[in-house]
Design a protein around this ligand. Structure first.
Ligand code: SAH
Ligand code: SF4
Ligand code: F3S
Length: 461
């Protein structure tokens, strides 16, 4: 059954949601919709939601809530709540957003088309939070022109890099986290389907792939398939792909085999995101993370000696229930020992479906914010220090596009001269002048200046 009109997708949450939203866009298009970036023009609005923290959840409700009035003016307007909040709330979503047409849980994406058809035949208020054995995997369209791709701008940020989900769900049950409840048990896609998808993306001009899973180190262990490092090897054979990234690695499962894959496979970037969450053994235990501060630091040392210059990033939660100033200090000290290139830090947010919500000694909101700011302030020193250490070095940069906020060093020496921007393998943003490079090129840049969050240099070799 075909519709006519425009579809708008608002994506909140992690990279997996970005990936899923593209697939939802594919289903909408196959049902006759054209994608738009203008919300007011849309005939169907989809919000792909996240429930990892209270704030993300509220964002979803307030975004969808604002269509109540619009729907009175335009009764044909359809609204869809998809993803993690949808899975968590089910029927209850209608109590807060009565005008919703579809509540589409995380394992219901492959049935989205059916529900659109049902809506067209008059069905109302559809809820699907059922389970599914199959992983939602729609292949991308082949040979799309740049023009075709432009209607998805805003999904991935640039047109040379794409996310590819390799597994769904999580079996780790960290006590603060909703993911096992909203995304279900851990399931891995087959390596043949992953590689097939990446080949199509490479054919479409994609140069960089980020493989996604909540814990990529346990890829296909249940399915008895390839190990994750073996998958990296297979993906690295796809012609046209210049760089491979992946997220997330769980410290308890980080193997020497993976460390060696980062060292030995050229296309695998010299960067690892390894969430530590806390530097205190007491808190790590209460979080059910399955490693100690000491094992984490040992893994980091093994990584640094096998892969010199590796860039490291992490996630940290401050103010987990019963975190004392001493526990927090252990986290601050860990930052000084590891010297991460960047961190993502969050104030602990109580999630009613996760066990930690029932833990005693909750930390006051104000105290969480004080600790968060202290941590971020400390990290600024290391982020800048890591950038400054790159001055004078040559970095290979994958060009993402033109950057318009011109740096001091930019001099327009010819008509064609532009300030370009891209990323190094270590995930640093690098700006440089050029009159002859194109998006997707790999260029060598000599770094001249280091800013807190970016670098500046000149092409050269
Ligand atoms: N699977 C990944 C991350 C998933 S969620 C991993 O294990 O690292 C991304 C980040 O959100 C987590 O690493 C954690 O730092 C943060 N997070 C998860 N639940 C949270 C909560 N209840 N409050 C605050 N931050 C949370
Ligand atoms: Fe959540 Fe822990 Fe699973 Fe990561 S490993 S998704 S933090 S339960
Ligand atoms: Fe959020 Fe769901 Fe991702 S809860 S972080 S969108 S898996």
């Amino acid at each position: 059954m075909s519709y006519k009109g425009y579809a708008y997708i608002n994506t909140i949450g992690c990279q997996m949601n970005v990936y899923d939203s593209e697939k939802l866009a594919g289903i909408l298009k196959s049902h006759g919709f054209e994608m738009t970036n203008e919300m007011d023009k849309a005939d169907i609005v989809v919000c792909n939601t996240c429930s990892i923290r209270h704030k993300a959840e509220e964002k979803a409700f307030s975004f969808l809530g604002r269509f109540a009035r619009e729907k009175k003016k335009r009764p044909h307007l359809m609204t869809v709540m998809a993803g993690c909040v949808a899975q968590q709330e089910g029927e209850k979503a209608f109590a807060r957003v009565p005008h919703l047409d579809i509540v589409l849980g995380t394992q219901a994406f492959s049935r989205f088309g059916q529900h659109l058809d049902a809506l067209k035949s008059g069905k109302k208020q559809i809820v699907d939070i059922g389970e599914s054995d199959v992983i939602f995997e729609a292949m991308p369209e082949k040979d799309r022109s740049d023009e075709d791709r432009s209607d998805e701008s805003g999904f991935d940020g640039n047109k040379i890099s794409k996310f590819v989900t390799i597994m769904q769900g999580c079996d780790n049950y960290c006590t603060y986290c909703v993911v096992p409840y909203v995304r279900g048990r851990e399931r891995s896609r087959s390596h043949t389907s992953i590689v097939e998808e990446i080949k199509i993306l490479a054919g479409n001009g994609i140069r960089e792939i980020t493989l996604l899973g909540q814990n990529v180190n346990s890829y296909a262990i249940k399915e008895d398939g390839l190990s994750f490092p073996q998958l990296l090897e297979k993906v690295s054979c796809v012609e046209g792909i210049a760089r491979i990234r992946f997220a997330t690695s769980h410290p308890k499962d980080l193997s020497m085999e993976l460390i060696h894959a980062i060292r030995d496979i050229d296309k695998v970037c010299n960067h690892l995101h390894l969430p530590v969450q806390s530097g205190s053994n007491k808190i790590l235990k209460k979080m059910n993370r399955g490693y100690t501060r000491e094992t984490y630091i040992n893994r980091i040392q093994a990584l640094k000696s096998a892969c010199p210059g590796i860039a490291l990033s992490t996630d940290i939660i401050v103010g987990f229930p019963s975190e004392t100033p001493e526990d927090f200090n252990d986290t601050m000290e860990l930052l000084k020992i590891v010297e991460f290139d960047s961190i993502f830090a969050f104030a602990y947010s109580d999630r009613s479906s996760a066990p930690a919500a029932k833990f005693s000694d909750q930390v006051e909101e104000k105290e969480k914010m004080t600790r968060l700011n202290q941590l971020l302030e400390l990290q600024e020193i290391y982020t800048h220090k890591k950038n400054k250490a790159l001055v004078g070095k040559f970095l290979e940069v994958l060009v993402e596009g033109e950057s318009h906020k011109l740096r001091d060093g930019f001099v327009k020496t010819s008509d064609k001269m532009k300030q370009m921007t891209g990323r190094s393998a270590s995930n640093k943003i690098v700006h440089f002048p050029s009159d002859n490079c194109a998006i997707g090129d790999l260029v060598t840049i000599r770094i001249e200046n280091a800013y807190p969050h970016s670098l500046w240099g000149y092409p050269g070799s």
